[in-house]
Design a protein around this ligand. Structure first.
Ligand code: HH2
Length: 428
């Protein structure tokens, strides 16, 4: 089931829903419900019918206070369910290399590891060799101990530093960066205040340059915010509100129990986020088209170093243009003229020497959003030969998203800057 070579951002559109299927007797919310493999398979199939992009099958509860289960027991729980889901999009929620290996053999495409490759030293190799997607989660301590008086100086920067270090570790172990997503680990060693602060400042974690997966569904923080200081769970309605809020702050994939409600709520949130040009899709209509222009190479003299300003070096531009359904008419007059877009990018690059990739990406995105019939544009500029301070980099890049009118509305530029040190691999 692994879509060869596709970055995780392309495999999962934003927002996507991941359905939770715990084949456990003791999970905090659905414990026992899907312990029978037949029940787990029907729950998972229903979730996929309701619009989940993937289902996350787990055989070990990681709720606060949970004790670890043995390898044999975890395999005994998840394997029959995975066999029943062959051919469907499945993720395996495990920290054990042997469970992940078996799940991947049975067709799982993502490994969701709440220990972020710290639990089992063999797991990184299993993920790297299979080419699977990987979710790295922040957790302080272990499920047994994590909720005992968690403390942080600044929870967001500490979680960001942890995830960045784990991302580097995974890449150095051979997992391709483009296949990794990151998760702040709501409820994994955090107080209510820590969880809320992480959600409020989720955008800061987005600057790590990887899609964010967030799991809030029915967690106790929601019940506590709703007024019950001893709550062990939150309601489905509270989960929807939290998921929409997380999406608006940058979440890409939402891990949830109540799939249908989340799919509907997030669809509305997405339509609002892409307004004013988004319009509700009527019967038989599609809600838009994304056109990609990838790897447009234009030499330029941008950078902070003197030699970069004197000698040209290659810059690679990737553009995602969200255009209206008119383009489906198959008439060039209704569509965006790619050559004209490429010429505009060339003109922006030639018109000014930018010190920073962020500024260059923003200038291109502004020009395209203002001058072409697009509902939204995302521009990534990569500098493949970046060698800041002697570092060996695969590339450095900045990504900026714009909709027409952002400028006049004074929206805050949204720049995701990425610069991951690595000494192997190719630019995608
Ligand atoms: N939360 C849980 C389990 N796995 N994985 C990711 N990536 N993010 C999360 O927030 C997350 C997770 C805990 O929730 P749940 O699976 O519903 O319960 P339990 O661990 O008790 O089975």
């Amino acid at each position: 089931m692994i879509a060869a070579g596709v970055p995780i951002e392309e495999r999962f559109s934003r927002p996507s829903v991941m359905g939770i299927v715990n084949v456990t007797p003791d999970s905090f919310s659905d414990g026992g419900v899907n312990l029978d493999p037949g029940d787990a398979v029907s729950t998972a199939r229903r979730m996929l019918e309701e619009g989940a992009a993937i289902v996350d099958v787990g055989g070990e509860s990681t709720r606060p206070g949970a004790t670890a289960v043995s390898l044999g027991e975890e395999l005994r729980r998840v394997i029959p369910a995975l066999e029943g889901l062959a051919g469907l999009p499945v993720s395996i929620d495990t920290s054990k290399a042997d469970v992940a290996r078996r799940a991947l053999e049975l067709g799982a495409e993502l490994v969701n590891d709440v220990t972020a490759l710290r639990g089992d030293p063999a797991l990184a190799d299993v993920v790297a060799e299979s080419g699977a997607y990987l979710c790295l989660v922040h957790m302080r301590g272990t499920p047994r101990t994590m909720q005992t008086d968690p403390r942080y100086e600044d929870v967001v920067s500490e979680v960001a530093a942890f995830l960045e270090e784990r991302l580097r570790f995974a890449v150095s172990a051979g997992v391709r960066e483009e296949r990794i997503c990151l998760d702040p680990g709501i409820g994994f060693g955090k107080s209510v205040r820590h969880n809320l602060e992480l959600l409020h400042r989720l955008g800061e974690l987005a600057t790590l340059g990887r899609p964010l997966l967030v799991g809030l569904s029915r967690k106790s923080v929601l019940g506590r915010v709703a007024g019950d200081p001893g709550a062990r769970t939150g309601t489905a309605a509270a989960s929807l509100g939290a998921a929409v809020s997380a999406f608006e702050r940058g979440a890409w994939i939402l891990r949830v129990h109540d799939v249908r409600g989340h799919v509907e709520a997030l669809e509305v949130a997405r339509a609002v986020a892409t307004a004013p040009h988004a319009r509700a899709a009527g019967p038989g209509e599609s809600s838009g088209v994304t056109v990609e222009l990838r790897g447009l190479e234009i030499p330029g003299r941008h950078g902070l170093e003197q030699h970069e300003r004197e000698r040209e070096q290659p810059f690679l531009y990737d553009l995602w243009l969200q255009v209206s359904d008119a383009a489906l008419s198959d008439r060039i007059e209704d569509a965006v003229d790619y050559r004209a877009v490429a010429e505009r990018v060339r003109a922006v690059s030639a018109g000014h020497q930018y010190s920073l990739l962020e500024a260059l990406a923003a200038a291109v995105a502004d020009a395209v959003a203002a001058e072409f019939p697009v509902d939204r544009v995302r521009v990534r500029v990569r500098k493949p030969r970046a060698r800041p301070a002697g570092l060996t980099l695969e590339y450095s890049a900045a990504t900026v998203e714009r909709a027409p009118g952002d400028w006049e509305r004074g929206s805050i530029p949204h720049a995701l800057v990425r610069s991951v040190q690595t000494d192997h691999g190719q630019s995608p």
